[in-house]
Write a protein that binds this ligand. Structure first.
Ligand SMILES: Cc1cc2nc3c(=O)[nH]c(=O)nc-3n(C[C@H](O)[C@H](O)[C@H](O)COP(=O)(O)OP(=O)(O)OC[C@H]3O[C@@H](n4cnc5c(N)ncnc54)[C@H](O)[C@@H]3O)c2cc1C
Length: 358
């Protein structure tokens, strides 16, 4: 009978990054994925690496900042090991913030005056919404599809095992300790299991983590010229994320719609119009694609990280709007917890049993 040290449920960016971190520490790891690895939220994401204090929950700020700092090395390692470019961009973000937030932001950056804005991003015209000011934020962005594909390739090259197209139906226990998992086709044995099943994490027994799907619809345009925009633009109605190959992502809605991943034409049109209002030159941009994905939400909008009350059963889920950003730090702290090392970060706000206490 084949056994592994750790079985990870879910082949999204969180599960796959963790599989690499555990493998580096000498663990034999199996990732069990219901469909094809990397095709859910991690495929749908925009890839902004946001660690701005106005938008990040206070309790999450230390992990967000640490993860943003880890990104150049994280991305470089995946690119070298997989031979896949992940388009980590360092041009920064132009962020339109309500005027009443101005004081908080001015502590870290200053208001962009119209001539400065014009110089930074000439195609952005008359763009300042009423009562908003523009700020420059030193943030990066990445292509989540390329990143996740690079992580999967890296994990496979290193010797992480994958089982695809077979959903996990239960975590198996013997005398309250984990022994493995049951899928629709088979049983896999391991003394440690990690639930990284994103929006679906709550569906796998015996513990019902309170994750829920939060739908996001997105649109992708082809910029002409391909470097029409350089910066990520974040405005109240819409955000724009340029890629180096000339694609421009326009996102995204935040909807409570259950496990429904269909796009709605009127919603996509609204995103499109909001993009055109910011950058009229996009009127000639070809529409390449639209899609929707399901963010893993939690009741307090914080991730769920750590060991559960069931010995051997761990969880890393609920990354909501920041799972791409948080992948490197999640992999590091969870590998620490699973291998019995001090994680060097306070994980108390993210403890799995906090909802029982609510
Ligand atoms: C529209 C949109 C825009 C976003 N933009 C950003 C952004 O700009 N920046 C950012 O940092 N984050 C962003 N996010 C959030 C980010 O995508 C998520 O937080 C992150 O991808 C979560 O990763 P994950 O691995 O936990 O989940 P997923 O990528 O969803 O992976 C979970 C995996 O588990 C599998 N699974 C589920 N159930 C089972 C089962 N029973 N058995 C086996 N496998 C199972 C699924 O098939 C899936 O592959 C965005 C999300 C969306 C939808």
């Amino acid at each position: 009978m084949r056994t592994w040290d750790v079985v990870i449920i879910g082949g999204g960016i969180i599960g796959v990054s963790l599989s690499i971190a555990l493998h580096k520490r000498g663990a034999r790891v199996l990732v069990v994925e219901r469909g094809e690895p990397g095709r859910e939220a991690s495929h749908a994401a925009g890839g902004m690496l946001v660690d701005c204090p106005l938008e990040t929950p206070t309790a999450l700020q230390p992990l967000a900042t640490a993860s943003a700092r880890m990104y150049p090395e994280f991305a470089h390692e995946l690119e070298v090991e997989s031979g896949t470019k992940v388009d980590l961009r360092d041009h920064g973000t132009i962020f339109f913030s309500p005027a009443d937030h101005r004081r908080n932001l001015e502590l870290t950056t200053s208001v962009l005056l119209p001539p400065q804005l014009q110089k930074l991003e000439p195609a952005l015209v008359d763009s300042e919404p009423p009562h908003h000011a523009a700020f420059y934020l030193k943030e990066r962005s990445v292509d989540p599809r390329a990143l996740t594909a690079a992580a999967i390739k890296t994990a496979k090259n290193r010797g992480v095992d994958f089982s695809s197209g077979d959903p996990v139906t239960a975590v198996n226990l013997d005398n309250r300790r984990v022994t493995g998992i049951t899928t629709t086709k088979t049983v896999f044995h391991a003394p440690k299991i990690v639930n990284c099943a994103g929006a679906w994490s709550g569906q796998i027994g015996p513990l019902a983590f309170p994750t829920r799907p939060v739908k996001g619809q997105m649109l992708c345009l082809a910029m002409h010229p391909r470097d029409l925009l350089k910066h990520v633009i974040r405005a109240p109605q819409v955000y724009l994320i340029p890629r180096s190959d000339g694609r421009l992502l326009v996102g995204a809605t935040i909807e409570e719609a259950g496990f429904d991943k269909r796009t709605v034409i009127t919603t996509i049109q609204r995103l499109h119009h909001a993009a055109l209002a910011l950058v009229p030159e996009l009127s000639s941009a070809k529409i390449l694609e639209d899609w929707a994905g399901l963010r893993p939400g939690t009741p307090d909008a914080l991730p769920i990280l750590g060991v559960t009350e069931t010995p051997g059963y761990y969880v890393a889920t609920g990354h909501f709007r920041d799972g791409i950003l948080l992948a490197p730090i999640t992999a590091q702290v969870m590998a620490d917890v699973i291998t019995g090392t001090d994680p060097r970060h306070d994980l108390f706000p993210f403890r799995p049993n906090r909802f029982v206490e609510m």
